[in-house]
Design a protein around this ligand. Structure first.
Ligand code: GRF
Length: 225
């Protein structure tokens, strides 16, 4: 039986820039592997390439320039109104460079996801990839989490780990991380769409469980032990 629109989670995607995560969500929806509908893309930046991506795929978009509003509260209220007009259930922040107010988070309580290009709580905030690189970690990665009032600090839904190699540059590492972002974000949304996420305080679990194949990773490799 063909799926109807009502079985798909209605999402609104908040963007500020390139929108490669938006693109990966669009691609998975179009491939039929992600049970979601993008009802609207909202950008605070009229020049964001993400808007072009939305246009190419016939997805409605709205620009709300935060500089046109007297304060964060007024800006967030305008966003809430747009998201409600488009009957958005789940808000997906994808490279959206603004911190949300508590009123916004209350309006969409535990229905706002964010992606961060590091393994939180490490390297939260801007330039997580480059800061991990400079720190000299041997593994880093990316995290999808529910948004709270802090910066990249809400309950973690899913993480991916990537190694850092000796001959990496910060750019090569950022690319490696981004590739995984494009996999874990659609997956987190799909878990939500399936009604499979259970939140208990800081812990987000899969209601229907899942076996995680586990093998410890070492970088550099263990040669003797
Ligand atoms: C990604 O690295 C994301 O983790 C961070 O900003 C970047 C956005 O990339 N929050 P894009 O706009 O999705 O290409």
């Amino acid at each position: 039986m063909p799926e109807t629109l009502t079985e798909r989670v209605h999402i609104g995607v908040l963007v500020s820039g390139s929108g490669s995560n938006l693109q990966s969500i669009i691609d998975k929806i179009e491939a039929g592997t992600l049970d979601a509908v993008i009802r609207v893309v909202v950008s605070n930046n009229a020049g964001a390439y993400a808007l072009e991506r939305a246009r190419k795929h016939g997805i409605p978009s709205v620009v709300l320039d935060h500089r046109d509003y007297p304060d964060r509260q007024a800006f967030d209220e305008a966003m809430i109104a747009v998201l409600r007009e488009h009957s958005v259930e789940l808000v997906v922040m994808a490279g959206f460079m603004r911190v949300l107010t508590s009123s916004f988070l209350q309006a969409f309580s535990m229905r706002v996801m964010n992606i961060h290009p590091a393994l939180v709580p490490s390297f939260q905030g801007l330039h997580g990839q480059e800061r991990a690189f400079r720190y000299g970690v041997k593994f880093t990665g990316c995290t999808v989490h529910f948004a709270d009032e802090g910066v990249d600090s809400g309950p973690v839904i899913i993480q991916a780990v990537v190694p850092v190699f000796d001959d990496d540059t910060a750019e090569i590492l950022a690319e490696r991380i981004l590739k995984e972002e494009h996999r874990i974000y659609p997956q987190a949304i799909q878990y939500y769409a399936e009604g499979n996420l259970e939140i208990a305080g800081r812990k987000v679990r899969l209601k229907r469980g899942a076996k995680v194949e586990y093998k410890a990773l070492h970088n550099p490799p263990l040669t003797r032990f």
